[in-house]
Design a protein around this ligand. Structure first.
Ligand SMILES: Cc1cc2nc3c(=O)[nH]c(=O)nc-3n(C[C@H](O)[C@H](O)[C@H](O)COP(=O)(O)OP(=O)(O)OC[C@H]3O[C@@H](n4cnc5c(N)ncnc54)[C@H](O)[C@@H]3O)c2cc1C
Length: 288
């Protein structure tokens, strides 16, 4: 293996600080890449070698296995340009930081994202959203690496729905995004952010490691309510627990493994199907 030439590499790396569940997950190699040409060459090399890889952002929407037999790639693209109402931002930039930065520039639109601890790249990939708003409402175009080529995808080239995009069905890496916000008022935006953060603190178990909501809400229903009504709050497998505060959160109460979390998810899916005949679908991604 000679991947050192593409970026900063660590062998047998523990991803415990690269995922918000804080589970230990050892990958064969972890590599940070800050150059598009090197990233392109690395992906080509890994494909040729038939080596499994995972692109990671802030690890706030994934459930990692105790052992990942592959290479974890962390792109480091942090450029930010603000030109009037337009933001051009590297995919590794945190969306909550971008929300605050845009407010500083008297721009409105991203207030809902102030409590989301993920990168803008992954937020576009999974169409992150909150409080009836979502990132797709602000996208003009994105730059991606796909099949060895850097391409621009216009918003209309991408299909967006609730926590889902056509990007997830493709083999691509988001490099950059151009967003359009609107002229706003800093004080009004900060008041909205304060309200949203207070609502999160009141309803979510933010003092424990988690990856946010586990399941998507079924049409017209709340996954958390379905799980709570089954009396499953507090249910524990290993170090993973269904939060007492919000039943659609699984928390790490100490030394949880990715496998504990997945087993708890399977239990919930089985119980919800048995009791209500409803299929729950994950918002988080299980990595194998
Ligand atoms: C406390 C808490 C609250 C949350 N609240 C919300 C919420 O309100 N709304 C919401 O939508 N989400 C929420 N989340 C979930 C999460 O923060 C978002 O889904 C976020 O967009 C994930 O970003 P990330 O960088 O951590 O992604 P990661 O978990 O690192 O990756 C997620 C997926 O994106 C892929 N990916 C990452 N970067 C790229 C890239 N550059 N190109 C292509 N694919 C890529 C990964 O391979 C993976 O499949 C919450 C999480 C937590 C912990």
């Amino acid at each position: 293996m000679s991947i050192e030439e593409y970026g900063k590499v660590t062998k047998d790396f523990d991803l415990v600080n690269n995922n918000t569940y804080k589970v230990h997950s050892i990958c064969n190699y972890y590599i940070e890449v800050s150059d598009v040409i090197k990233l392109t060459k690395l992906i080509n090399y890994l494909k040729k070698e038939n080596t499994k890889y995972l692109i990671i952002g802030n690890g706030s929407n994934i459930i990692l296995p105790s052992q990942y037999n592959g290479i974890v790639i962390k792109p480091l693209f942090y450029d930010l340009e603000i030109d009037g109402e337009y933001l051009t931002v590297g995919s590794s930039y945190m969306i909550n930081k971008l929300a605050m930065e845009s407010i500083e520039h008297n721009l409105t639109g991203l207030e809902w994202a102030s409590g989301i601890p993920g990168t803008i790249g992954a937020s576009i990939y999974g169409n992150a959203g909150a409080y009836k708003d979502e990132i797709s409402n602000y996208i003009e175009e994105i730059e991606v690496l796909e099949n060895d080529k850097v391409k621009i995808l216009k918003k209309n080239d991408i299909f967006f729905s609730y926590r889902e995009t056509s990007l997830q069905k493709k083999d691509l890496i988001i490099l950059k995004a151009k967003l359009k916000l609107s002229k706003g008022n800093k004080e009004e935006s900060l008041a909205i952010v304060k309200d949203r953060l207070e609502r999160r603190t009141a309803s979510q178990p933010l003092n424990y490691p988690s990856a946010g909501s586990v399941f998507r809400n079924p049409e017209g229903l709340f996954a958390g309510k379905l799980i709570e009504d089954l009396g499953l709050k507090g249910k524990q497998i290993g170090g993973a627990q269904i939060s007492e505060k919000h039943a659609n959160f699984i928390i790490n109460i100490g030394n949880a493994t990715g496998e504990d979390i997945v087993n708890l998810i399977k239990l919930i899916i089985t119980e919800v199907k048995k009791e209500y005949n409803i299929d729950l679908f994950l918002e988080q991604k299980i990595i194998n």
